[in-house]
Design a protein around this ligand. Structure first.
Ligand code: BGC
Length: 298
């Protein structure tokens, strides 16, 4: 699979990922058929049907603005409308896997944190209520974990041995960590303490705009934040995704890290593709009786 490499070489003290920390991961057996992916972000609620054999969208990508305030009930109504619009064009089979990415820690079918979404989400039974609104089983995932799973299944993290850290840089900073191809869910590196603050309040894309930082100045701070991550866990590969990674041409030349950097393969659609894949993967694990879903963080 073609990998989009960072155009300018970052400083790499270790040039290549160690090929055998735990052996090269076997790629998960490919999934086929369709699944529905939903991605709830700070500004938009997006959904599409995904062809799991190819990661291509099998329907239009339908988007509506995230209601403000983004209360659980209001967002759930929006999700139902977005999915209803897809259903007008494509029949949605009864047992279609449905995954939904949400911007917070996911445990037991609910959000445990809500940094960039209404606080009423914390503890609200999201999986159950969104499922009830759609009249079908829904599985929820952390949004960055979902985006990372799209890269694991089809993109920049596929077949990657060792420790991979993906950062989604946008309104907040999300993280997905893989060890030998297996997700360690809910890592939340956007909330590391950085200069005495919550990191994402200083170096997310939204923070760059709010602080009116030019790209060079912001990249210098972002590099420092990445160095903090590298100091504590020595990743073998860094993947940058989210809205700010689309602007790589404006800041890539200053990006520095110990591990090699690659850009995410999927940008606008990673949350949708990953949520769809994760739901189908969880269902496969449950029906084959294997213990513990790999991705859902339960
Ligand atoms: C949340 C994460 C989320 C990230 C990106 C952070 O504020 O805590 O769970 O992945 O924003 O949306």
């Amino acid at each position: 699979m073609a990998r989009r490499s960072a155009p300018s070489a970052p400083v790499a003290l270790i040039a290549a990922p160690d090929p055998k920390p735990g052996g090269t991961p076997k790629p998960a057996a490919p999934l086929g058929g369709l699944a529905l992916g939903i991605d709830v972000g700070g500004t938009g609620v997006k959904a599409a049907l995904v062809d799991l054999a190819t990661a291509e969208l099998a329907s239009a990508r339908v988007r509506e603005r995230t209601p403000q305030p983004a209360t659980p009930e209001a967002v759930t109504e929006t999700i139902a409308r977005v999915v209803g619009r897809i259903a007008m064009e494509h029949p949605l089979p009864e047992h279609l896997p449905v995954g939904c990415g949400l911007p917070g820690v996911v445990k037991g079918g609910a959000l445990m944190t809500a940094a960039n979404i209404d606080p009423f989400w914390v503890g609200w039974p999201a999986e159950e209520r969104i499922g009830a609104a759609l009249g079908r089983r829904v599985r929820i995932f952390n949004d960055a974990d979902a985006a990372g799973l799209a890269e694991l299944a089809y993109g920049a993290a596929a077949g990657q041995a060792g420790t991979t850290v993906m950062l989604t840089i946008g309104t907040g900073i999300g993280s997905a960590v893989f060890l030998d191809g297996r997700l360690v869910p809910n890592t939340e590196y956007g909330h590391l303490e950085f200069h005495g603050r919550d990191a994402e309040t200083l170096v997310s894309g939204a923070a760059r705009e709010r602080r009116k930082l030019g790209w060079k100045r912001w990249t210098r701070e972002f590099n420092e934040y990445v160095a903090l991550i590298e100091k504590t866990m020595w990743p073998d590969l860094l993947i940058y995704g989210g809205g700010v990674s689309k602007e790589w041409g404006k800041w890539g030349k200053w990006a520095r890290s110990r591990a090699p950097i690659v850009l995410a393969r999927y940008l606008n659609t990673s949350g949708i593709i990953g949520a769809a894949w994760a739901a189908a993967d969880a269902e496969r694990r449950e029906t084959s009786g294997r213990t513990g879903p790999a991705a859902s963080g339960r």
